[in-house]
Structures are given as structure tokens and as C-alpha cells.
Design a protein around this ligand. Structure first.
Ligand code: NDP
Length: 300
């Protein structure tokens, strides 16, 4: 048996298309242009790539993109003042502060300065609380992307056993909440979990968000399981005698593909969903702030 390989890249392109249609409809009907502000502090090369990609995709979806780049030595008060000015700016519906921040800053303090209604990363304490309480809010992007792909693959998730490996605020915890809200029976695993392979073998859905290359082996999986590999691990070129760094997931894909029913590849699985869901969140945030209905294109 060979698993269905879930094409996150194609699915994310579809989400971005629907976001662009929704943005165009909002402009036509309500004169509303959703706007996303992205703030980068410092010169971290990977962060610059992410921020540029987010800004480009925002503009491509017909939305307004505001990029703020601050030097690494910026005092935290200045960053907070910028976030507060973005909170007050009616043209900005979503605010994202790119992580990691320089060491002299407290990420939680900065993040929680963001107005929860503009928190398109879904990382403020208020957004996390709304998710747990089942209230309307903004859901973190990678977890939303995982849920969209799982639902697209399996349809109704009621009663399925989902194992989430990893309990980070960014991925594991919100993924577990989303699956619980879909009536899955959710088990959460982490670095202190006993008999992870045994737990894994009981799961209909496995979400791996660990950051350890190829940790989940093929013989850990229940035959036919749906495997969502969130991990992004860089294998340096020198280890392979090749000229390019390679990306691998937290799941041993070559083994897992022979056992799973469906699996996301790395790259091209969950990764592209993150920015697509960020754009989607920005349109949703804009609609709620303007008091207009969220366009039907964004359902699901
Ligand atoms: P964190 O480092 O914040 O969390 C990792 C989690 O994995 C922790 O809960 C940790 O447990 C758990 N863990 C570590 N070792 C083991 C182990 N041996 N067995 C079981 N659990 C273990 O990572 P993130 O959640 O931020 O990211 C996880 C992965 O997802 C990374 O590879 C990251 O690059 C990728 N990622 C991808 C995104 C995308 O596709 N767009 C977005 C965000 C992340 P404990 O809590 O006990 O320490």
C-alpha cells in the first residue's frame, strides 16, 4: 500500500485564490481593502525571507501590505509603541510581529500588546483563551492549515483518535484544541511521554510538530493512518555530500508512506498552508472590524 500524498502546495494555492476573490468582493461591495502589517526586528536572514514572502503574497491577493523593519537594537518600548500605533490604524486589520525577537525583548509582552482582533497569528493570550473557550477569535495559522488538510482528507473527524506530538503554543496546543472541537479524541504527547510508538499505533490521525528529523517511524503508525508532518528540519549539505541544504519533516516519509493512508510531504505539505491561512485570517479580521459578513469563499 502507498499512502495518498497530500498536496499542501496546491491546496494552499486554492486558499490564496479564494482569499483574493474575497478581498476583491469586499473592495467592490464595501470599499474595504484588508491590510496586513508585518513587523521585523533585526536582520535574521530566515526571518527576512519569511517577511518578504508574506508581504508579496499579501499584495498578490489584492490586499494592502505594510512592512516595518526596525534595527536589532531597537528598545522594546519603541516596538510596543509601533504595535500600539498599528492597533489604532484603521487601514491595518492584521498585525504580525515576526519571531524570534532579539534577546533583550520579551516576546510574550510584545505579542500581547497586539489588539486580539488584529492578532492574525492567533498568539495572544486572549486568542488562545478564545480558542479554548470555543469563542469567535483568530486561530493560529499553521494549526488551521493542519485542520484544513485533515478535514479535506477525511471529511467528518468525529470519534477519530488524534495524537498530537508536541505541545508548543504555536502548533501543538492549538492543533489539539481544533481537533477536539471537531470531536476527535485527542492525545497529546511531548518529550516526557512514555511509549510514544505505542500511542502512535493507536492513532487514526498523527500530527507531528516536534522539530526532530524523521523521528516518527513507519512501524509506529497504524495502517491507513492520516499523518500530518509539521516539522521543518534542515539537513546541512555537508552531511549528504550535495550542494544544497535539504528539508525533512519529523516523520520518516519513506517508511511512513508505505503504512499511512495519507501523508503530507516536507516540503510541500503543511508549510505552504501557513501563509495562506495568515491571509485568510487577515480578511476575516477585516470583515469583523468593518462589521460586514465574511465572504462565502472563506468558508471551511
Ligand atoms: P517547539 O520546539 O516549540 O516544540 C517542540 C515540541 O516537541 C515540544 O512540546 C517538545 O516537548 C516536543 N518534543 C521534543 N522532543 C520530543 C520527543 N523526543 N518526543 C516527543 N516530543 C518531543 O517547536 P514548534 O512547535 O514551534 O515547531 C515544531 C516543528 O514544526 C519544528 O520543526 C518547526 O520548524 C515546525 N514548524 C513549521 C511550521 C510551518 O510549517 N509553517 C510553523 C511552525 C513550526 P516538551 O514540551 O516536553 O519540551
Amino acid at each position: 500500500m502507498t499512502a495518498q500524498i497530500i498536496d499542501g502546495k496546491a491546496f494552499a494555492a486554492g486558499v490564496r485564490e479564494r482569499v483574493a476573490l474575497a478581498a476583491a468582493a469586499l473592495k467592490d461591495k464595501h470599499g474595504l481593502t484588508p491590510g496586513l502589517a508585518v513587523v521585523l526586528v533585526g536582520e535574521d536572514a530566515a526571518s527576512q525571507v519569511y517577511v518578504n514572502s508574506k508581504a508579496k503574497q499579501t499584495a498578490e491577493a489584492g490586499m494592502a501590505s505594510f512592512k516595518h523593519e526596525l534595527p536589532a537594537e531597537t528598545p522594546q518600548e519603541d516596538l510596543i509603541a509601533l504595535v500600539q500605533s498599528l492597533n489604532a490604524d484603521p487601514a491595518v486589520h492584521g498585525i504580525l510581529v515576526q519571531m524570534p525577537l532579539p534577546d533583550h525583548m520579551n516576546e510574550a509582552v510584545v505579542v500581547n500588546t497586539i489588539d486580539p482582533d488584529k492578532d492574525v497569528d492567533g498568539l495572544t493570550a486572549i486568542s488562545a483563551g478564545r480558542l479554548v473557550l470555543g469563542q469567535e477569535g483568530l486561530v493560529p495559522c499553521t494549526p488551521r492549515g493542519v485542520l484544513m488538510l485533515v478535514k479535506d482528507t477525511l471529511g467528518d473527524l468525529t470519534g477519530l483518535h488524534a495524537l498530537v506530538i508536541g505541545r508548543s503554543i504555536l502548533v501543538g496546543k492549538p492543533v489539539a484544541q481544533l481537533l477536539l472541537a471537531e470531536n476527535c479524541t485527542v492525545t497529546m504527547a511531548h518529550s516526557r511521554t512514555k511509549d510514544l510508538p505505542g500511542l502512535c499505533r493507536q492513532a487514526d490521525i498523527v500530527v507531528a510538530a516536534v522539530g526532530r528529523e524523521r523521528m516518527v517511524k513507519g512501524d509506529w503508525l497504524k495502517p491507513g493512518a492520516t499523518v500530518m508532518d509539521v516539522g521543518i528540519n534542515r539537513i546541512p549539505a555537508s552531511e549528504r555530500g550535495e550542494g544544497k541544504t535539504r528539508l525533512v519533516g519529523d516523520v520518516d516519509f519513506d517508511e511512513a508512506v508505505k503504512v499511512a493512508g495519507a501523508i503530507t510531504p516536507v516540503p510541500g505539505g503543511i508549510g505552504p498552508m501557513t501563509v495562506a491561512c495568515l491571509l485568510r485570517n487577515t480578511v476575516i479580521a477585516a470583515c469583523r472590524q468593518a462589521g460586514v459578513p465574511v465572504p462565502a469563499e472563506l468558508d471551511g
